[in-house]
Design a protein around this ligand. Structure first.
Ligand code: SF4
Length: 374
C-alpha cells in the first residue's frame, strides 16, 4: 500500500483527465469495473432480491415545479417500493450560490411538504437535512484531502457555472468543492445508486473515484455507487426555455387549478400556427410534451389535430391543463392540509434525521476505524 504522502504526490502529478482515468482504472476491482450506469428496468437483474440503497436529494431553493415532479420526484416514488431510499434536503449546498440563509428552514419545510404530498412515504424513506447530520461535514473534510484542486477545476459542471453565473475568480472554495460534499452525502449512506439525469452522470463519476480511492488506501469501506437513469421526459418551461423557477416559466406543484391554467394560457407554441386552423408542428411544441406526459391516451389525437389544423392552441392547452389538474388533485389537496401545519412536517423531518444520523454514524465508525483513528 502506498503511504498517504506518496498517494498525494501521485495525485498532484495528475495534470490531465487521462492520467486520472488510468489511475482510477488501476484502483478498480473487477466488480468495480461494472457499468457506471443502471437504467430503469435493470434493477432486478442487477440486485436480485436485495433492495439497493438509494441516495437522492435536492437543494431547498423553493417550491417544486412539474419538471421536478417528472424528472425526480415521480421516479423516487416508484423506487421506494423496490429500494431503500434516503432523501436529502441539501441545505448546506444552497450556500454554494446563496449566502442569505434567512429563509432556509422555511424552504426546507416547503420542499419536504411537496415531497410528502406527492408520494414520498417518510416511514419508508427518511427525509433529513444535511445540516442536521454532522457526519456529512466530517466525511467532506476527509474527502477534501483525497482530491486535487486541478481535478475539481476540470469538473465540467464547474466550468459551466463559472460561465453561467459569471463568477470567474469569485468562485469560493466551498463552491469549487461541492462535488466533494456531494460525494460525502452519497457515500455516507453507502448508497448503491444515485438517481440522476443523463447530463449528471459525470457528477456521480467523481463520487465513484472517491469510493475507489478511499477503499484503495484504507480498506474496503464504500460501495462504488452507480448512476440510476429512469425514463423521464425533459419538460420545457412555458416560455420555451429550460424550466427554472428563476426564469418564472414553471408550473408549481402547489399551484391551484386556476394558476395552472393562467400559466398554460401564456405558454409559447409553434410560431407557424398563427390562426386556429393553421397546421402546427406538435414535435416542436412544449404543450405537446406536456400531453405526452399527462395525456398519453389522447396524444395521437392531439398530434393529428395539431398537424391538420383541426385543433386550436387554446383548446389544446385547456385539454392538457385539465389532465394535469385532474392528475394532481389528490396530491394538491394533501399538500394544502400539510401546509396548514408546518410543525408536523418539521417533526417528520426530525424523525428522518434520527434514522439518518444512525446510518451516518455507522459509516463514520467504519471510516475512522479503517483510517486507524480509533
Ligand atoms: S395545437 Fe397544441 S401542440 Fe399544436 S402548436 Fe398548438 S399548443 Fe402546440
Amino acid at each position: 500500500m502506498k503511504s498517504l504522502r506518496e498517494f498525494r504526490l501521485l495525485r498532484n502529478d495528475m495534470e490531465d483527465e487521462s492520467v486520472t482515468n488510468s489511475h482510477n482504472k488501476r484502483f478498480m476491482s473487477e466488480e468495480q469495473k461494472t457499468s457506471a450506469v443502471i437504467r430503469e428496468g435493470e434493477l432486478q437483474k442487477t440486485f436480485g432480491t436485495k433492495k439497493p440503497r438509494i441516495l437522492s436529494g435536492m437543494r431547498p431553493t423553493g417550491r417544486l415545479h412539474i419538471g421536478h415532479f417528472a424528472g425526480a420526484l415521480e421516479p423516487w416514488v416508484k423506487l421506494q417500493n423496490v429500494a431503500e431510499n434516503y432523501h436529502l434536503i441539501a441545505d448546506y449546498h444552497v450556500l454554494t450560490t446563496k449566502l442569505d440563509t434567512s429563509d432556509i428552514l422555511q424552504l426546507s419545510i416547503d420542499m419536504a411538504t411537496d415531497w410528502i404530498a406527492f408520494g414520498i412515504d417518510p416511514e419508508k424513506s427518511p427525509i433529513f437535512r444535511q445540516s442536521k447530520v454532522k457526519q456529512h461535514t466530517e466525511l467532506f473534510l476527509i474527502f477534501s484531502m483525497l482530491i486535487t484542486k486541478a481535478r475539481l477545476e476540470r469538473n465540467p459542471a464547474v466550468k459551466d457555472q463559472v460561465r453561467d453565473l459569471g463568477i470567474g475568480e469569485g468562485m469560493t472554495y466551498g463552491h469549487l468543492g461541492y462535488p466533494v460534499l456531494q460525494a460525502a452525502d452519497i457515500l455516507l449512506y453507502k448508497a448503491d445508486l444515485v438517481p440522476v439525469g443523463e447530463d449528471q452522470v459525470p457528477h456521480v463519476e467523481i463520487t465513484r473515484e472517491f469510493a475507489r480511492d478511499f477503499n484503495h488506501h484504507y480498506g474496503n469501506v464504500f460501495p462504488v455507487p452507480r448512476a440510476y437513469l429512469s425514463e423521464t421526459p425533459r419538460l420545457t418551461g412555458t416560455d420555451g426555455k429550460r424550466m427554472s423557477k428563476s426564469l418564472g416559466n414553471t408550473i408549481l406543484l402547489s399551484d391551484t387549478p386556476d394558476d395552472t391554467w393562467k400559466k398554460m394560457k401564456t405558454a409559447v407554441t409553434d410560431p407557424q400556427k398563427v390562426r386556429r386552423n393553421d397546421p402546427g408542428r406538435p414535435e416542436i411544441c412544449l404543450v405537446y410534451g406536456y400531453h405526452q406526459k399527462w395525456n398519453p391516451l389522447e396524444v395521437q389525437e392531439i398530434h393529428d389535430g395539431c398537424s391538420s389544423g383541426a385543433l386550436g392552441c387554446v383548446d389544446c392547452k385547456k385539454r392538457v391543463t385539465d389532465k394535469i389538474n385532474e392528475s394532481f388533485a389528490p396530491q394538491r389537496e394533501k399538500r394544502t392540509e400539510l401546509a396548514k401545519n408546518p410543525d408536523s412536517v418539521l417533526k417528520i423531518i426530525e424523525q428522518g434525521e434520527i434514522r439518518a444520523n444512525d446510518e451516518a454514524e455507522k459509516t463514520m465508525k467504519d471510516v475512522r476505524s479503517a483510517m486507524k483513528f480509533g
